[in-house]
Ligand binder design. Structure first.
Ligand code: NAP
Length: 342
């Protein structure tokens, strides 16, 4: 079979704490350019790859999670947008554009098809299928509408608000008629929240000596809905500011390095006094809503009601640094890697 060189990012070994660039290495493997007959597999050329915080969890040897760890020495896996090169699968043919779980490499032989979809809407930037129209966008959609149970006029607070998930949560909450405040880690991100993403108010949590005071300043009436992307000290401060019958959607805990639990949370008693509902969720629990999500978000996007900020790095080689950067807030918007433009 004809073969081609295949640049790959390989996971070295299990880690403790946040990933480092040296936890991954660039290798050049080989790929067969045909799909074995009867295999049901699809060979794709990867165009865009997504960097997502959950990938840190897959670099740990064991933790009780919804997704298994990467195997040391294997190619990193993640969401991507790809073009079908060859197919032995009835639903896909050469030339189709697809999104789903792929490898951090130039070419991947796809054999598992969970959350793997043919891209229909080609008049939207292709890379949005790992962001606005992909897993992070869907997380914002399912989390906001299904977990937050919003009501018009409510006070909403979003942490990591300029990121892949947060920026859409804030915009959906604004469209719904809520008052929306976001926190982010730089002045530039705070400016984007207020001037591009339509948040009513925003603050840089790294410049606030007292998070409770910052929340009381920006949300003097208190918080009805907290969309929690970070956990830790911010969650603790939010608990002191929740309104009666408030809801906390626990989406992620990117601040918790060990991921061994809710470290240092002292104010959980507020759940009782304010009768707050705090609920963790996974976007994958709501996949039945994916078609309606795509329709609604495409409509909003085409009507100019929402925008989406991406942070695009060029070249597969840039992927390890981009993934590492998520954990210090280097990304401004959804972190994507462009492997090949076509
Ligand atoms: P993202 O916000 O685009 O990128 C991560 C951001 O987290 C960074 O830019 C940084 O922003 C912030 N951050 C990093 N370290 C932090 C720390 N120590 N304290 C506070 N903030 C920190 O990532 P995303 O893809 O939108 O994901 C956001 C959250 O949603 C993550 O926790 C992720 O695990 C979670 N998630 C959950 C689901 C689900 O199904 N439950 C699905 C997707 C994502 P700043 O500069 O603002 O600090």
């Amino acid at each position: 079979m004809e073969e081609a060189p295949n640049k790959q990012i390989v996971f070295r070994d299990f880690i403790v704490g946040n990933p480092k660039e040296t936890d991954m290495e660039l290798k050049v493997g080989k790929v067969g350019l045909k799909v074995p007959e009867g295999s049901g597999a699809v060979l794709v050329k990867n165009l865009y790859l997504s960097c997502d915080p959950y990938m840190r969890g897959r670099m740990r040897e064991y933790y009780d999670s919804y997704i298994p760890p990467f195997a040391p020495g294997s190619v990193i896996e993640g969401f991507g947008v790809s073009k079908v090169v060859a197919s032995d699968h009835p639903n896909f043919k050469a030339g189709d554009l697809v999104s789903g779980i792929t490898g951090w490499e130039e070419y991947t032989l796809i054999q598992k098809f969970d959350q793997f979809r043919k891209i229909q809407s080609v008049d939207i930037p292709l890379s949005y299928h790992v962001g606005l129209l992909g897993m992070p966008g869907f997380t914002a959609y399912a989390g906001f509408y299904e977990v937050c149970s919003p009501k018009k006029g409510e006070y909403v607070f979003v942490s990591a608000a300029s990121g892949a998930v947060g920026q859409l949560v804030g915009q959906l909450a604004k469209i719904y008629g809520c008052y929306v405040v976001g926190s982010a880690g730089t002045k530039q991100k705070v400016n984007l929240l207020k001037n591009k993403l339509g948040f009513d108010e925003a603050f840089n949590y790294k410049e606030e000596p007292d998070l409770d005071a910052a929340l009381k300043r920006c949300l003097p009436q208190g918080i009805d809905i907290y969309f929690d992307n970070v956990g830790g000290a911010m969650l603790d401060a939010v608990l002191l500011n929740m309104r009666l019958h408030g809801r906390i959607a626990v989406c992620g805990m990117v601040s918790q390095k060990s991921m061994s639990g809710a470290e240092g949370i002292h104010n959980l008693f507020m759940l009782i006094t304010k009768r707050v509902r705090m609920r963790g969720f996974l976007q994958s629990d709501y996949l039945n809503l994916f078609p309606q999500f795509v329709d609604q978000i495409i409509n909003y996007y085409k009507q100019g009601k929402i925008v989406y900020i991406e942070d695009m790095n060029e070249g597969l080689e840039s992927a390890p640094a981009a993934l590492v950067g998520l954990f210090s807030g280097k990304n401004v918007g959804k972190q994507v890697i462009c492997v090949s433009a076509d």
